[in-house]
Design a protein around this ligand. Structure first.
Ligand code: SAM
Length: 197
């Protein structure tokens, strides 16, 4: 955490996300990885929101336009008509902050992109690796961002059509992905090869 405070300055990701919600004013929002609900609480009350987490421990009840599904994201996407769950609308803003191994985040991105629009935005937590120990696939430190940073590298390599940015917001950076293509099959068709590479 000390290293994060030294390397990354400015507003933490909750403040950045709060400003993004106010600026984009999305009609729909989907969050993978809810935990205690802190990032769900920055969502505007008028946004139709879905949270997914196999083990949510909400500090406060979800808002009237928010529903939390106690499932893994893979199970959720496989078993739900997400557009129907969002009242017939596609995902306009998403936040990936679930399992800290990149292939999970990659599958989440693929599932979210196919349910999005060209102008949707996907945010990804933990994209700024601070050091080797905290950026490993297996957790060996209390502070752990995992290897989600690999998602940023592979998107830049395999999907040059996407606009992929990283905001250096504490504690571990926030990826921002624009110019989505819901019809793209590039990642889905090469999932195993990309993960192996
Ligand atoms: C870092 S916490 C999320 C924090 C929250 N987004 C925030 O910013 O306050 C990560 C959460 O991902 C959840 N998680 C782990 N594996 C998951 C999976 N396969 N699908 C969805 N969520 C998962 C964990 O249960 C944990 O609550």
């Amino acid at each position: 955490m000390l290293l994060a405070n030294i390397e990354l300055h400015g507003e933490d990701y909750f403040h950045v996300m709060s400003r993004l919600h106010a600026h984009l004013n999305p009609r729909t929002y989907l969050e993978v990885g809810v935990f205690r609900g802190a990032s769900l609480r920055v969502v505007s009350p008028s946004t139709q929101a879905i949270g997914i987490d196999p083990n949510p421990i909400l500090d406060e009840p979800a808002g009237p336009n928010q529903r939390v599904f106690a499932k893994t994201s893979d199970d959720f996407f496989a078993g739900h008509d997400v557009v129907a769950e969002l009242g017939g609308r596609r995902i306009e803003l998403a936040f990936i902050n679930g399992m800290h191994q990149f292939e999970y985040a990659l599958r989440d991105f693929i599932n979210i992109e196919r349910l999005s629009t060209r102008s949707s935005v996907v945010l990804v937590h933990d994209c700024y690796p601070l050091d080797a120990e905290t950026a490993m696939r297996e957790r060996c430190t209390a502070f752990w961002s995992g290897d989600i940073w690999r998602l940023i590298l592979l998107l830049r390599k395999y999907r040059p059509d996407l606009a992929v940015h990283t905001i250096s917001t504490p504690p571990t950076g926030l990826g921002m992905i624009f110019n989505l293509d819901p019809s793209s099959r590039v990642l889905a068709d090469r999932l195993d090869d990309i993960a192996a590479e």
